[in-house]
Design a protein around this ligand. Structure first.
Ligand code: TTP
Ligand code: MG
Length: 386
């Protein structure tokens, strides 16, 4: 199929661990694990490639990681530091193209002129290494799917291409889990239907796939053939980012409103972060059952991209202006954008650091499996219909 741009997926290698090895030369060449101490519940956030040789991986329980690699150096992680570095990296990407989708703290898709992908990727790797002292891997192709898989195949500290004409020779022998939207559970279900490789998925009957993959079956089967129509969700020059929700029935219970506000806050927050933006003004839109609609705004002292702060602020706006139930529509609008970089001078609290870490992990998962993959349990409970 004809395509207009080369797409790059740029992803830093062992991001948190690489920053620690850069900042602390004594850690270089050693197995480093970032994560909480080896208590019952702590898990590995990431680890250096030296630790990966011992099969330590992200999300593994820390006690298990230390069994595999007892000599590893365990560090708690410095979220604010990683966020600063992330912003420097995203700035380098911006220099090459305005067409960027930030997927997570250390990962972004870039669209460049067709034919310019490999050269741009090499330059990016050089600049990130020379100016920031960090290794980054770049996958280059004609769409997001193949660029991402090229990057995974190339890791660490490398660049490679995976063009549509290589789908049969390179993509088809791989296991289905390389495709977006296929997590461990789906992988198991596909396996019990005899589908283990991408090739088998490409050949599988539509009705079997629909039974297992539901409404995403068509898109995933397209992926297995190397076809991916997803566009980059790029920043553009939007003046505002908003989300709204019309209820299928008039809502009178406050807990349904707060659940909806949480969902809207998380969606808006993710979109801000994907665009490398923070918003200073938050606006709540509220429509009553009689269709009367109001908007109420607050300007924060410092711009934000935090789900929790957006949520708290719109809840306050709602409490102050909610009038009489029932309600019919809710919306959140964010505006007054600041690009990344203007960092808070305040040191983050332990709670804020924790929140930062959770945001990083959930954005990673959203980048891989789509935005619906994660939502707070509280939101789920509140969403139960009356
Ligand atoms: P990844 O890009 O998934 O992992 P990585 O950069 O450490 O290693 P590589 O890309 O070379 O495979 O995630 C980026 C950072 O996000 C990672 O350094 C730490 C954080 N993270 C977590 O805290 N928990 C997680 O479960 C994952 C996947 C990432
Ligand atoms: Mg990475």
């Amino acid at each position: 199929m004809a395509y207009k741009n080369d797409i790059l997926l740029c992803d830093l290698d062992a991001f948190f661990a690489s920053v620690e090895q850069r900042d602390h030369p004594e850690y270089r060449g050693k197995p480093i694990i970032i994560g909480g101490k080896a208590t019952a519940r702590s898990v590995v956030a990431t680890c250096s490639y030296e630790a990966r040789k011992f099969n330590v991986r992200s999300a593994m329980p820390m006690y298990k990681a230390l069994k595999l690699c007892p000599q590893a150096i365990v560090l708690p992680g410095r979220m604010r530091r990683y966020r600063d570095v992330s912003e420097q990296v995203m700035d380098i990407f911006q220099y090459f193209t305005p067409d960027i989708e930030i997927v997570s703290v250390d990962e972004a898709y870039l669209a460049v002129k067709k034919g310019a992908g490999i050269e741009t990727g090499k330059k990016i790797r050089g600049i990130v290494k020379d100016t920031l002292g960090l290794p980054i891997t770049v996958g280059v192709s004609a769409n997001k799917l193949l660029a991402k898989i090229a990057c995974e195949l190339a890791k660490p500290d490398n660049i490679r291409t995976l063009w549509p004409e290589e789908v049969q020779s390179i993509l088809w022998p791989l296991l289905v889990r390389v495709l977006p939207g296929i997590g461990p559970k789906t992988e198991k279900r596909l396996k019990s239907a005899g589908i283990e490789t991408v090739h088998q998925l490409a050949d599988a009957h539509e009705s079997i796939l629909r039974g297992i993959l539901g409404s995403s079956s068509v898109a995933i089967q397209q992926y297995s053939r190397g076809i991916d129509e997803r566009k980059l969700k790029k920043a553009g020059d939007a003046k505002s980012i908003s989300e709204e929700m019309t209820f299928p029935y008039d809502v009178a219970k406050r807990e349904h409103i707060t659940a909806a506000l949480m969902e809207l806050s998380e969606t808006v927050g993710y979109r801000l972060r994907s665009n490398g933006l923070r918003a200073k003004t938050l606006t709540l839109k509220l429509r009553f059952a009689d269709f009367r609609t109001i908007t109420r705004s607050i300007t924060l002292s410092e711009a934000t991209d935090r789900d929790s702060l957006i949520y708290r602020t719109v809840c306050e706006l709602f409490a102050a202006h909610c009038g009489r139930p029932p309600w019919r529509l809710l919306g959140i609008r964010t505006s007054g954008f600041e690009k990344l970089k203007q960092l808070s001078l305040l040191s983050p609290s332990v709670k804020e650091q924790k929140e930062e870490q959770i945001t990083i992990v959930t954005d990673k998962l959203k980048g891989r499996y789509g935005q619906k993959i994660i939502c707070k349990a509280r939101r789920l409970r509140k969403q139960q219909k009356p």
